[in-house]
Design a protein around this ligand. Structure first.
Ligand SMILES: [Zn+2]
Length: 734
């Protein structure tokens, strides 16, 4: 690097400052601009350099250093703090008429012929936070407190957790403040959201740990921001979108008032100061233009990486906001336009029983088609027998159906009033598998009914769909109807309503159960032609699936057949982790498959691994280890692996090289370490071949204790487990 020679002449303080500035800039590029210029390794190298310097000069550590994102944890709960000015809720509008009425009230509250501008912003479905910044040394602003909305007047001080959100600046330089036109003391309000991806990952982990999945990203974000473990908050990848800019507490009576003269200027200043501001915001001059923005927001709702439930409209000019004032609790100068609830009422016509990949039988509601948020819904999940009992639902009932972004529609309640009479027919669960006739089993402690016949045709169908899906082997063109045809079904083009009516609990069992919950074409009851495929491996068997046999299927032309053959051929190159995922081993999701591939490097080593060796892999517990072991003990599964190997699928992977310095040792981390975060300590231990566990037992080799170490340290002392400090750990890491 060009300036390395000059840094050598700088004082440690200057070097630390320069490193921090660089790191902050690259954090900003990564987390706010989503345009990283450094690789993770470059970032880590610089961070370690800073950490080393700070360790040498502990007097120079400040709370706004990038090394200090995860600090000590709140001792007992969160302190209650009063807001500078109440965090108000907004009035709602649910349709165009209500929005126009609001627009007229705004215009009516201002002088004649005064022009009004409105700022439209997405209404993020998260939770509101207030961040207070205070003046630090040399004209910088540093994060002082982060407070939840609470009851609007008093919130909770969640600063330690807010600090872990990477899009929240801990430190804003004097230069940036000047560019943004901000003083060093101010307040920012914004919305914390858990992006959809992070939400799904969190639920995948919860399910793997045997916990109930969180209901929606908003609840998950709210729960996360109030956990007492800043490490967990840091891992969850919350984001904060800033939308209000207010005067700081030093402003006396004006504290908590808008800092700039308009909302649009505030959003611009927040952006320039380095905050994450939602890019979908627009300043407009009329309610018609507001409606256009709303329509656009509604159209992109499903493709956004986070959930929104409407649009917030604010009068732009603060002078006008002041004149309009407040009605009781809500400002007159702003309104929340709420998108129509994604729910509708329709009639339950019957219940189908769908048999899944693991043999699980799911009751699926067949509904009179109803349009919900622009999509026609004809099916909804009833989850399991317990859910049917909880809802008390009968066939013929009118039910309330809800749908979310990617989520399968679900029935939330039975609607019963004068115009919605109750249905009369009880839902009867089948005692034998609707596909193969084998008796269904409800295992103790499980809510689901299961078909335990491993050769049940329903399972193969789901196995194939899963295997071909995008996140697995990514075989384009091998969708639902192609799978059905490969299994010997013909396509039928009758309308769903006709094929389902009249439906009773018993007749619903017979045919349509193999259809998925989406609205793809129906499939005939019984296979009407010889199946091409009897196992996943048959896909690759040139005797069974080839251009000629594909061309004999319905609606398959040469183009389709060639494309599918090419896709199948190409899937042989998918890496081992995808193949492992494709095998459909219970509890083995994306992350677990990756860990297994990296750890064992080949299917043979994995097949030979004992449960104990499996549990040595990071993040694999005894439950997952047992199912993996069980899967590879089954002759049928081993034969499948052999056939796939014969067809040239990928069964080796690059092993992740691990050090051996800590091989075989089990560590438990507790308290706050002076320079490493807990996540970093864990990574370094694992990279050196060691393992990190959450609880102290006789198997623990070392407890690494930092400041405010609690019960784990006591337990280590009771059990006589060796205790290390960070320096001791670093020495072992070498
Ligand atoms: Zn079955």
């Amino acid at each position: 690097m060009a300036h390395e020679s000059s840094t050598a002449k700088l004082s440690p303080e200057q070097q630390i400052d320069a490193l921090r500035e660089e790191l902050r800039h690259h954090e900003y590029l990564y987390y706010v601009m989503d345009a990283p210029q450094w690789t993770d390794a470059q970032y880590d190298a610089r961070m370690n350099q800073l950490r080393a310097l700070e360790a040498e000069h502990p007097g120079l550590i400040t709370s706004d250093s990038p090394t200090q994102r995860v600090g000590g944890k709140p001792k007992e709960g969160f302190a209650k703090v009063a807001h500078s000015r109440p965090m108000l809720s907004l009035d709602n509008a649910y349709n165009e008429e209500e929005l126009r009425a609001w627009g007229e009230r705004v215009v009516g509250g201002l002088a004649l012929a005064e022009s009004v501008q409105y700022v439209c912003e997405l209404k993020l479905d998260g939770l509101s936070l207030a961040l207070q910044y205070e003046a630090g040394a040399r004209g910088v602003a540093t994060l002082k407190t982060g407070i939840t909305r609470g009851d609007g007047t008093i919130g909770e001080d969640v600063t330690t957790n807010v600090r872990t959100i990477r899009s929240v600046p801990l430190h804003i330089s004097a230069k940036k403040l000047e560019e943004a036109g901000l003083p060093a003391e101010f307040e920012v309000r914004g919305e914390v959201v858990l992006p959809q991806k992070a939400f799904e990952r969190m639920n995948e982990e919860r399910v793997a740990q045997g916990l109930a999945p969180a209901a929606n990203p908003r609840n998950a974000a709210a729960g996360t921001i109030r956990t007492l473990e800043p490490n967990i908050v840091a891992q969850r990848r919350l984001e904060l979108f800033a939308y209000f800019l207010l005067s700081g507490s030093g402003a006396g009576d004006a504290a908590g008032e808008p800092l700039l003269s308009s909302q649009s200027a505030a959003l611009q200043a927040l952006r320039e100061a380095g905050f994450l501001v939602n890019p979908h915001a627009r300043t407009v001059k009329s309610i018609d233009q507001v409606l256009t923005f709303i329509a656009e927001a509604d159209a992109m709702r499903d493709s956004l990486p986070y959930e929104i439930d409407g649009v917030v409209i604010k009068v732009d000019a603060v002078a006008q906001q002041r004149r309009l004032g407040f009605t009781g609790k809500a400002p007159r100068w702003a309104i929340a336009y709420k998108f129509p609830a994604r729910a509708g009422i329709t009639q339950l016509k019957g219940v189908l029983f769908q048999v899944g990949r693991t043999g699980k039988v799911t009751p699926v509601a067949a509904l009179t088609p109803v349009s919900i948020g622009g999509t026609t819904v004809t099916r909804a999940t009833l989850h399991n027998p317990d859910e049917v009992v909880r809802l008390g639902v009968r066939i013929g009932d009118f039910v309330s159906v809800e749908r979310g972004g990617d989520v399968i529609p679900k029935i939330t309640e039975v609607v019963s009033d004068a115009s919605h009479p109750r249905g009369e027919q009880e839902i009867v669960f089948p005692t034998s598998c609707p596909r193969c006739g084998e008796g269904l089993v409800r295992e103790p402690g499980e809510v689901d009914l299961r078909c335990v016949n491993v050769s049940c045709p329903a399972r193969l169908e789901e196995e194939l769909r899963h295997f071909a899906s995008r996140g697995v082997m990514n075989i384009e063109g091998l969708g639902e109807s192609m799978v059905a045809q490969l299994l010997g079904h013909t396509l039928v083009e009758q309308s769903e309503a006709a094929s389902l009516s009249p439906v009773s609990a018993s007749s619903a069992n017979s045919g349509l159960d193999e259809n998925a919950l989406d609205d793809a074409g129906d499939i005939a009851e019984e296979p009407t032609r010889k199946a091409l495929v009897h196992s996943i491996a048959d896909l690759y068997d040139p005797e069974k699936v080839n251009r000629g046999t594909l061309l004999m299927l319905e609606r398959v032309g040469e183009k389709t057949a060639d494309a599918l053959m090419e896709q199948i051929e190409r899937s042989k190159k998918q890496p081992l982790q995808r193949v492992l995922l494709g095998l459909g081993i219970r509890h083995v999701g994306e992350r677990t498959a990756q860990a297994l591939a990296e750890e064992f490097g080949s299917i043979d080593v994995l097949i030979a691994a004992t449960e104990e060796e499996l549990t040595r892999v990071n993040d694999i517990g005894p439950k997952v280890a047992a199912t993996v072991r069980e899967f590879f003990s089954n002759e049928r599964n081993l034969a499948l692996v052999e056939r796939l190997r014969g067809y040239g699928l990928t069964f080796t992977a690059e092993r992740k090289v691990r050090g051996t310095a800590l091989a075989g040792l089990m560590f438990v981390l507790t308290g706050t370490l002076p320079t490493l975060t807990r996540e970093e300590a864990k990574e370094r231990i694992e990279a050196a071949g060691g393992k990190v566990s959450g609880s102290v037992s006789k198997k623990t080799s070392y407890v690494v204790a930092g400041e405010e170490a609690g019960s784990k340290l006591e337990k280590a002392q009771q059990l006589g487990v060796a205790v290390l400090d960070e320096a001791g750990l670093l020495a072992m890491l070498g």
